[in-house]
Each structure stands twice: as structure tokens, then as C-alpha cells.
Write a protein that binds this ligand. Structure first.
Ligand code: DC
Length: 225
């Protein structure tokens, strides 16, 4: 893919609950960039599938194209479909599992490509997910791959769910996370992988504030080159 754009794109990929969303959001805010939380698109399709099982994929993609809005509000990404805030519903564990299943469908992934690429606008983009660097923005200026040990990822997910009013069970959560990662890694179409040339970023080394400072410095250093 030739590089035709003038504004920078930074991709952040990695397994579930490695801290991608919170740190990507921080970067987008600090740099004044657009933000693509691609997992939210898969979660939205899963949510629509649950709400309207008979709705066709084409209709759902059309709805996403026209009505999906990701808004940065304070330190959170808030997802709207039309005027409706669906952020809490999308966080549900059942939706997370369904999203990972929906994400194995080639038609879903193909249909989401142009929607995701449309987030690439001036002054720049932070794109977060599983295949951002490998498939959606292969010519990204900087590709980062997040890692963290399973126990830490489970405890992060647990706290996140509790804070959003859910009542997670730690054993179920661990199993779901492992299954989801395995499915994301082994699916035929665009499996989760460390993109060629990506910089590895281990988020277990420090607390949130330390990681925010580290990632911002990493990105600013690259963009200044
Ligand atoms: O990042 P998340 O947990 O919100 O993502 C939910 C699911 O969506 C995840 O299990 C895999 C899928 N996904 C994907 O396949 N490709 C992406 N770029 C982002 C998410």
C-alpha cells in the first residue's frame, strides 16, 4: 500500500486487556488525534446481532457507517449509535464473547475495512485493535504491540467490569479471556499477530500513570523524527 496521506497514523495492537484502549485514548487526547477503538465496531455488530437477530449484515454495516460515533469524553471513549449511548451495553462479557465470534466472519471483517479506514483524517489517528498494523493500516508511521501477563489482564478486566456496574466472576472471566485470545489468534482471517516492524510495549512494568508517560514519550519521539 503506498503512502498517500499527509497525517500520521499510529497503530496499537495486542491481546485483550493489555491496556490498549485506555492508553490509546490517552495518546489521542494528548496529541489531539482522532481515535479508532476498532473493538467497539465488532462489539457493536455483536450487540446489533443480539438485539436484531434477523437484521442483515449489510444493514448493520450501513447503520455503523451512518450512525456510529466514537466520542472522547473525559478519560473515556463513549460509543453512540444514533443518539443512544451503548458504551455500558458493549462492555458486557456476553457481548465480548459474541464480538470475538462475529470477528471470525470474513464478510464482517471485509465490510469493516473501509469503515475503519475512514477514521484516518487530519491531524492524525491512533488506531487500536488486533489487526490495525497488519491489515487496516499496513503503512502506519508507527506500529506498537502491547503485551502483559494473563493474571494482570484478568485483574484489569475484573476491575473494569466492576466499575461499569457488572458482577464478574474471576474464574469465568479467566476462561473467557483465554478462549477469546485463542480465537483471535487462530482465526483464518486477519488473526491477531504482532505486525512486522512493530515495537513491543509491555504494560506490566508500571502503573497507569507511568505507562501513560512511557507511551506518550515513545510516540512523540517517533513522530518527531
Ligand atoms: O478490543 P475488544 O476487547 O473491545 O475487542 C472485542 C473483540 O473484537 C475481540 O475479541 C476481537 C475482535 N476484534 C478484532 O477481531 N479485530 C480488531 N481490530 C478489534 C477487535
Amino acid at each position: 500500500m503506498s503512502k498517500l496521506r499527509l497525517h500520521p497514523v499510529v497503530t496499537i495492537d495486542g491481546e485483550s486487556s493489555t491496556g490498549k484502549t485506555v492508553l490509546s485514548l490517552h495518546l489521542a487526547k494528548e496529541l489531539g488525534f482522532n481515535f479508532l477503538n476498532s473493538g467497539a465496531l465488532y462489539r457493536t455488530l455483536a450487540y446489533l446481532k443480539k438485539q436484531h437477530p434477523r437484521q442483515s449484515l449489510d444493514m448493520q454495516l450501513e447503520l455503523l457507517k451512518k450512525k456510529l460515533h466514537i466520542s472522547i469524553e473525559g478519560s473515556k471513549a463513549v460509543i453512540y449509535i444514533g443518539g443512544l449511548n451503548v458504551s455500558d451495553a458493549l462492555m458486557d462479557s456476553e457481548i465480548a464473547v459474541l464480538a470475538s465470534q462475529v470477528a471470525t466472519d470474513v464478510d464482517v471483517r471485509t465490510g469493516l475495512v473501509p469503515i475503519q479506514q475512514s477514521f484516518c483524517k487530519a491531524p492524525g489517528l491512533i488506531a487500536e485493535g488486533r489487526d490495525m498494523g497488519a491489515v487496516i493500516f499496513p503503512d502506519a508511521d508507527l506500529k506498537i504491540y502491547f503485551t502483559a501477563p494473563l493474571e494482570l489482564r484478568v485483574s484489569r478486566r475484573y476491575m473494569q467490569l466492576k466499575e461499569s456496574g457488572h458482577k464478574p466472576d474471576i474464574i469465568t472471566l479467566t476462561e473467557q479471556l483465554q478462549q477469546r485470545d485463542a480465537r483471535d489468534r487462530t482465526r483464518d482471517c486477519s488473526p491477531l499477530q504482532k505486525p512486522d516492524g512493530a515495537v513491543e510495549f509491555d504494560t506490566s512494568g508500571g502503573d497507569l500513570e507511568v505507562n501513560k508517560a512511557r507511551i506518550l514519550q515513545l510516540v512523540q519521539t517517533y513522530l518527531a523524527k
